[in-house]
Design a protein around this ligand. Structure first.
Ligand code: NAD
Length: 264
């Protein structure tokens, strides 16, 4: 018998999903039959993403303008989903990446901002969805972090630091909510072909007097699989964790990096 991921009847919320990994995750969940709601800050780009996902999957997709650093936005988003579809089964905590830079280049304001963007935003989503998941005895909370939780990436001081806080938070949370059959995991991507990666390549190229394409190629060559990930390849890991195939997996970091991390 073929193994099929079928999320029919499941309600999923995917944060920061107007492009990149978030959008690919929303698309993969919708294609598997889930009813999906996405959020992001820009109404135009959010609506474009909503239409794209609807067109490629045929599913109804809900979109809500929200900034994940604002607790009230996240609560209002989840409330609108609950008013519409009754509950949330699957929540994907995602956000934009923190600014790149060395310790000397970064300001305290950037540390504060990244705390809100990278760590506090996951707390906002967890607070909004966990009571629903625990009450129904089924839930999946999945955060998109980075391979930087396995080894520090140069010039990504903020990501290297605060994402470890998210992993510690979610590992602890996984133990607390496991008795309610709510599973909490992290997906840690390596170099993935998105606008964020192109932006990092453009900044690095300027600094090093080369082209963004040369930098992307360098990163691909540094990866044992010798290529960048496509966003859909990260989304498939999320799809697995959201599905019943992962029914005994909780408190884990699933690294999807083409073999990049040199750690065991
Ligand atoms: P991206 O910049 O292409 O997309 C980020 C999305 O988040 C966009 O839809 C943007 O509108 C939205 N967003 C940003 N800030 C927001 C906020 N405050 N509230 C709501 N929405 C917001 O990024 P991506 O490459 O898809 O990366 C997603 C996450 O994965 C980031 O945290 C990134 O650092 C991480 N990551 C990416 C890579 C990679 O190579 N692309 C590798 C490792 C980790």
């Amino acid at each position: 018998m073929a193994v099929v991921v079928d999320l029919t009847g499941k309600v999923a919320v995917v944060a920061a999903a107007s492009q990149g990994i978030g959008r690919a995750v929303a698309e993969a969940l919708a294609r598997a039959g889930a009813t999906v709601s996405i959020c992001a800050r820009s109404p135009e780009r959010l609506e474009q993403a909503r239409r794209h996902i609807h067109a490629t999957t045929g599913q109804e997709v809900h979109a809500y303008v929200a900034d994940v650093t604002r607790e009230a936005d996240v609560r209002a988003w989840v409330q609108e989903v609950v008013d519409r579809w009754g509950t949330v089964h699957i929540a994907v905590a995602n956000a934009g990446g923190p600014p790149a830079g060395t310790f000397q280049e970064l300001t305290l304001d950037q540390w504060d901002m990244t705390y809100r963007l990278t760590l506090r935003s996951v707390v906002h989503i967890a607070q909004a969805v966990l009571p629903l998941m625990q009450a129904q005895g089924w839930g999946r909370l999945i955060a998109i972090e980075s391979v930087s939780v396995r080894f520090p990436l140069d010039r990504l001081m903020l990501s290297n630091s605060l994402r470890l806080g998210v992993v510690g938070f979610l590992k602890t949370l996984a133990r607390e909510v496991a008795p309610s059959n709510v599973l909490v995991n992290v997906v840690a991507p390596g170099y993935t072909r998105t606008e964020r990666l192109l932006e990092l390549a453009t900044q690095a190229a300027r600094r090093r007097g080369t082209t963004p394409e040369a930098l992307l190629d360098e990163w691909a060559q540094a990866t044992p699989l010798k290529r960048l990930a496509e966003p859909a390849e990260i989304a498939h890991a999320v799809l697995f964790l959201a599905s019943d195939l992962a029914s005994y997996v909780t408190g884990q970091v699933l690294v999807v990096d083409g073999g990049l991390a040199p750690t065991i």
